[in-house]
Design a protein around this ligand. Structure first.
Ligand SMILES: [Zn+2]
Length: 254
């Protein structure tokens, strides 16, 4: 490509939109007649575009910033006279440098935004890893057979009475175990009742008195086979038992 050397430097300034005065007028006139210089100008503008595209880093390139500020500060005022005096393609550098400068700053902003996003993702990942580690430790504790399990109750409260009944309706076999029972008054007994599934008349299922620790058992009391039980209950009755339970119930199956 042949380039007219006397215009080489002017073309670069022209491409940046900073050539002014007589030099600009002379170059305008020359560009109208010279295809080679118009090609060279186009090539310079292409270089600027590449420069803008490869821009990255913590700050917009100083020159791009200066060009933009200069363009914003000075161009609008002179655009009208420039437009009247110059042909359309001689205006291209003004717009090109403005667009490129804006583009470079947009790229820089986008880079900064991406960096922020990556930082946020990295923080999220760290947090997720910490949560996962906590969950793993918790699961290990809960499933480890060597872990110690202790049930705690309010320090001043007395242990509550509790019992378990194991019953086989087909043959009437019944085992009952109770703990933390309150001591009985003289001439009183605890009585176990089977609450039938059909019919609402409770059936006596044995009498018992707790030992000094509050524990008691009823083993295989005489029961009719084939009675479906809804639940079992315990009441306090006069010595010798009752035909029907005396309220209130001390214990009842859930
Ligand atoms: Zn030329």
């Amino acid at each position: 490509m042949t380039t007219h050397e006397q215009f080489a430097e002017d073309l670069a300034l022209y491409a940046l939109g900073t050539l002014e005065g007589e030099a600009a007028v002379a170059l305008d006139l020359h560009l109208e007649e010279c295809a080679a210089c118009r090609q060279e100008l186009a090539r310079l503008q292409g270089d600027m575009a590449l420069l803008a595209l490869t821009t990255s880093g913590p700050a917009p390139p100083q020159r791009a910033r200066q060009r933009l500020l200069k363009a914003i500060g000075h161009e609008p005022r002179s655009l009208r006279t420039v437009f009247l005096r110059r042909r359309w393609w001689t205006l291209a550098p003004v717009y090109a440098s403005l667009v490129l400068a804006i583009f470079a700053i947009l790229l820089w902003r986008e880079n900064a935004r991406q960096r922020d996003r990556i930082e946020a993702l990295r923080a999220d990942a760290t947090q997720n890893q910490a949560t996962f580690e906590e969950a793993k430790h918790l699961l290990a504790l809960l499933t480890d057979p060597s872990a110690m399990h202790v049930t705690l109750v309010a320090a001043q409260s007395k242990p509550q009475p509790a019992a378990k009944a194991i019953y086989m309706p087909s043959n009437g076999a019944l085992v009952f175990m109770a703990s933390n029972l309150a001591p009985l008054a003289p001439q009183k007994t605890y009585e176990l009742w089977l609450m039938p599934m059909h019919g609402d008349k409770p059936m006596p299922a044995g009498m018992f008195k707790p030992d000094p620790s509050g524990n008691a058992t009823v083993m295989m009391p005489p029961m009719s086979p084939g009675v479906e039980a809804r639940t079992f209950a315990v009441t306090i009755e006069p010595e010798g038992g009752s035909a029907t339970p005396t309220m209130p119930m001390v214990l009842v199956g859930s």
